[in-house]
Design a binder for this molecule. Sequence first.
Ligand code: HEC
Ligand code: HEC
Length: 289
Amino acid sequence: MASSNVCSPRTVRLALALGGGLLLLAARAVPLVAQTPTETPKNPYTPTPQVIQEGMAAFRANCAYCHGMDARGMRAPDLTGVFARGASEDGLFRLVRRGIPGTEMPPANVFLQEPDTWKVVMYLRTLAVTPPTETPRGNAENGERVFRARCATCHKVSGRGGVLGPDLSRIGISRTRASLARQIRGGNEEIKPGYQPVTITTHEGRTIRGTRKNEDMMSVQIMDTAERLQGVVKSDVRTVSAIADDKKSLMPAYGVDQLNESDLDDLLRYLGTLKSAPTAAVTATGVIP
Ligand code: HEC
Ligand code: HEC
């Protein structure tokens, strides 16, 4: 259940706290080596086949869900190149323990023991770097035009656009091209947390569609398709007859008839360029994911 708080003092405080964290991440080009060691963890293991095997198992159980079974990225980045880009084992360990505030990358210290974290890091070290499978196709300039015309009504980039869907200012880092293509064509694996589609039916038979933003025992808050936040008191039986979760995302599926392959290539090329710092996305929507 989505429990994000829209514009509450807590959200503001959290956003400020994350703003502080931004400084740490500002030097994004070398994030895994440039961190100041707050604690100095020491890897207790040597890379024996058994340790690597256990690291792979822990990766598959805890990380593959987002990064893919082979670590080549899915709804999270490809991890096969992190060491080649200059990460150290210590730096990677700290990043994984802490997560990346303001993004979907969770702090592993809440679900993974330290020893298993080391093993995961050592497993990642054994992976061969995947060279890009294809040269990037598409024209980013036209992609941006397509985005403004078709997507910006619901999605913000760098502070401009709608808020019914998630802010996409950083989508070029967080999702792979293949997973973006699936999302646009309507074959997405799952609905992003905080954007669960919901339909409220009133007794007059009117339906309000929106995304579920906040809920407690008494009420539910949704953002309707006109981007208005609406609070609904559940027990108000005079008006509300049903509050139902939907299976289908509020994001339309764009088939080839609506978005041809060439425009899709351009759009994907443009989305791949969106790499702003993590907090931009958070403060722009006012919703902590
Ligand atoms: C809920 C989804 C999710 C899970 C589970 C998850 N990650 Fe991530 N991870 C992400 C996302 C999204 C990013 C990109 C964040 C960003 O920078 O926008 C990321 C980024 C990273 C990065 C930085 C990559 C880089 O090139 O800078 C590393 C390393 C990483 N994850 C490792 C792990 C490991 C190891 C685990 C398991 C212990 C894990 N992640 C679990 C979503 C996830
Ligand atoms: C009518 C509103 C609407 C339009 C128009 C729309 N989207 Fe979305 N989009 C959403 C919603 C709502 C979600 C979150 C629910 C989900 O995951 O399906 C979403 C999710 C996404 C995501 C996943 C974001 C993440 O952080 O994982 C991407 C990428 C995306 N949309 C891209 C696009 C692109 C590109 C277009 C234009 C071709 C577009 N959307 C048009 C509403 C919209």
